[in-house]
Design a protein around this ligand. Sequence first.
Ligand SMILES: Cc1ncc(COP(=O)(O)O)c(C=O)c1O
Length: 442
Amino acid sequence: MKNEQNVLPTTDEHLSQKEIIRMYAKYVSKPKATFFKSLSLGVVQGRREGLHLYSISGHRKKDPPIDLLNCRTSGGVFNFGHRNPELIAALKEGLEKGLDIGDHHMISEQRALLARDLAQILPGNISKTQFCVGGGEAIDLAIKLARAFTNRKKIVSAIRSYHGVTGLAMAAGNERFRGPFHFDFPDFQRVPFGDLDKMLEAIDESTAAVILETIPATGGILIPPPGYLSAIRKRCDECGALYIADEVQAGLGRTGELWGIYGGIYPEERVEPDIMVLAKGMSAGLYPMATCSYRPEIEAVFEEDPFLHISTTGGSELGCYVTRKMLRMLTAPGFLENVKVRGNQLEEGLLSIKESRKDIITEIRGRGLMWGLEFISDRFGIGYTLYMIQNGVFADYCGNNEQTIKLMPPLNSTEEEISEILRRLTIAAEKLPTINKQGGDK
Ligand SMILES: Cc1ncc(COP(=O)(O)O)c(C=O)c1O
């Protein structure tokens, strides 16, 4: 019902889980509410801290909140867990320093400082950064830059990839997210990830850029074969095409190295892209932040019109302050070493889960704290997702590869936390039914 007086209720309302779901269905998304209810997952996110994400209450009102270990981390948004105290302190400090979003047209100290910090740690001579609100927008900018800089149109990407739902990012991604919108951009060619021959064939003198997630995450945590990324780099150089690395999920320490493309997949393979896109974890879980960073020559695109790409709330000064703190934590001595050690612990545990459920798990693959567990079919990927959640692990199947579930716990997870995640995953795997020869559940 409309409120003719335009008097809105207080912002300090507390609703029950049931009321929230009802209101969400009415005002936000009925299909989404129905989806979660159909899976008996009427879970509304409530208190959260570190690795833990609690529901507002249990499935029934009288049940206690469900404690979920967040191994989804929204693809790395919560790389430092939920509500990390040091990052919250940085956000408060930024406010106390008098920062707000800032005017995006004016020169900004915070943007200059964050761009300088990034230039010091990004691969090769990538040293210029433009700021965006989200990953899709930053990918759009990367593609725009590549097209303007090379004066070419063709973009080569990977089937099953996901780069966002904005225009050009959507065009580069998988059919699933384009189909219903009649979005059939010309000059976008998609090839299977990992097939070097098909990729090299696609890159030619009309190619503006190749865009790849270093480890396609939504595609199922696909690990590029050795030499694949460097061969693409070489071919781009031969043809005058640019290489855009989408490290929205695989970057920022996820693989145990700062960058997946630069030693994170194979220590000896350090590929330098022309453009690197970051998002998700750049927010530190507190303030939206995405960046498109590139080699200095590419800046020529803005020579005539420096206001050619505009993002009003992109690169908020307050957000920059928090992101800079996050980068300091990420690059602190020993931090990445711990990601590697915890990654080995996770890998070992996943291998033993695979061993015990050889009947349904076909492969585990990953790097650092980014792992995919592949099942024999989509049905098992989706089924295991439900069992994981019911047993206290929040993770899900990959949107463009439903037979694979994705595990990305916070980068600062402790030994005890990884053990507890593995304990719960093992229980979920033990409970997952097998299929009999006729294909029915046992
Ligand atoms: C690899 C990758 N690139 C780009 C994006 C788009 O980021 P955003 O959702 O912030 O637009 C995503 C989001 O999931 C992603 O996983």
